[in-house]
Design a protein around this ligand. Structure first.
Ligand SMILES: Nc1ncnc2c1ncn2[C@@H]1O[C@H](COP(=O)(O)OP(=O)(O)OP(=O)(O)O)[C@@H](O)[C@H]1O
Length: 423
């Protein structure tokens, strides 16, 4: 075996970790309006007043956590300077789906390890009492940052109890404010009126990033991550343009830039090109699609297989009924019993929700009726690749044969073995 030693390779990257999730950028760019609203929501803290309960909402990767971290750090510094007694408690509510569990976790977060309470052994009122006492013991101003707050799904919500605790006489020393964060856009609308009015005294919406904002975010990181001559503005602009197209998610745009850097490094290139970005995007799209397809149940995959074979015949967009007929045919080939027409319609809606399929509502001018038609949202070869296990079991449908042969040829030639490379 040849030399397998590892040597540091820093011809491209100066500090690759700055493109990772855990890196905190020195400043936040492209979120001025949200920062200004958030700043005024937090202003009472520094005045020694009761904090506003504030609710942040927006899709994933739009800076809710980054902006919160940035402002709370500044607030903690300024609180020190103006002798405001401030304590910030952060809790991610993922997996905590009742107020009871949230209250237990908060109590244990505040108490030292030796006096933690059991996760099930106390009645709810007792856990709340522990919590009020814990708050009063801390005293001063307390900000509770509850990330993924939409997990808490009960009526007698802690999101209602905490804002009321002072006026109800449960706490006397501490002034507690909640910062709730959610990427479930329907959560706020579905809250009961009483919870909404207490939790959402200030609501701040974080819209998806546009290309200009993403460009600023990426440029700032690229300057830290790469050597000056390893990238140019076109590369950053292309990642930003793709990012804006893909839901305006900064996390994905950063992943794309890092992916492009990694491909360039693997090729020993001394700078990142637009081609590296396109390759990285292909790779990320493939991974995402693979994950999406791998999580589908067999019949959902069969419906996707049906649409894929129709697309390979050049017959998409295809109506639901056409997809259903091909699905029936595939079920028969596979020796599986079919689901109903209605179930297949639901499967298509789910594939649409996962962005695997694109569907549109159409009006039939002559009959005045309405129907939906469907088309793949990705290249056939990627979808076929993601369904390879199912295709192995069901068999290769005639219309996708050439796609599979082409993919095999690519794989054979990429092995670099000239004896097996077709001419
Ligand atoms: N305006 C910004 N300036 C600099 N970096 C940013 C900005 N917005 C987001 N980022 C970076 O993008 C990534 C995702 O952002 P963040 O975690 O804040 O998203 P989020 O809205 O909280 O998403 P989620 O709901 O999934 O938690 C982080 O690495 C963050 O540092």
């Amino acid at each position: 075996m040849g030399d397998i030693s590892f040597t540091p390779d820093d011809s491209l990257y100066k500090y690759r970790d700055s493109l990772s999730e855990n890196y905190t950028p020195e400043t936040i760019v492209g979120r001025d309006s949200e920062i200004s609203q958030y700043h005024s929501a937090l202003q009472p803290v520094i005045n020694g007043e009761t904090p506003n309960n504030t609710f942040l909402y927006g899709k994933t990767g739009v800076g809710k956590t980054a902006v919160t971290r940035y402002l709370l750090e500044q607030l903690a510094n300024d609180a020190d300077q103006f002798s405001v007694d401030l304590t910030v408690i952060q809790l991610n509510c993922e997996g905590l789906n009742s107020s009871y569990q949230v209250a237990v976790n908060l109590v244990n977060r505040i108490r030292p390890a030796e006096s933690h309470i059991s996760k099930t052994g106390h009645p709810q009122y007792e856990v709340y009492d522990f919590l009020w006492n814990a708050f009063d013991e801390i005293g001063g101003t307390i900000l509770l940052v509850l990330d993924e707050v939409d997990n808490i799904g009960d009526d007698d919500s802690i999101l209602y109890q905490i804002p009321r605790a002072r006026s109800n006489g449960n706490i006397s020393e501490a002034k507690v404010g909640i910062i709730g964060i959610s990427n479930d856009l329907a959560f706020r609308e579905n809250l009961s009126a009483k919870v909404r009015s207490s939790l959402c005294e200030k609501s701040i919406s974080f819209p998806p990033y546009g290309a200009t904002e993403l460009q600023a975010v990426l440029k700032q990181r690229a300057d830290v991550a790469f050597h000056d001559d390893a990238f140019d503005n076109e590369v950053v602009a292309l990642c930003a343009a793709f990012g804006a197209q893909d839901a305006g998610d900064a996390r994905k745009a950063l992943d794309l830039l890092r992916g492009a850097g990694d491909i360039a490094r693997a090729e020993n290139a001394d700078r990142i090109t637009e081609n590296h970005v396109r390759e990285a995007r292909d790779e990320l799209e493939r991974e995402e699609l693979m994950d999406g397809i791998a999580n589908l149940a067999d019949h959902q995959q069969l419906v996707l297989y049906a649409l894929t074979t129709i697309e390979a015949e050049g017959e998409t967009p295809a109506r639901t009924q056409t997809v259903f007929q091909r699905y029936e045919e595939l079920c028969e080939i596979a020796g599986m019993s079919c689901r109903t027409n209605r179930r297949v319609r639901d499967f298509l809606s789910e594939l649409y929700a996962l962005s695997i399929v694109e569907s549109s509502q159409r009006n039939d001018g002559l009959s005045g009726g309405q129907y939906r038609d469907h088309i793949l949202n990705h290249e056939i070869r990627l979808v076929v690749n993601g369904m390879s296990d199912l295709i192995d079991r069901v068999g290769i449908y005639q219309s996708i044969l050439s796609t599979i042969e082409e993919a095999d040829n690519v794989m054979i030639s990429s092995t670099g073995d000239p004896s097996t490379t077709p001419n």
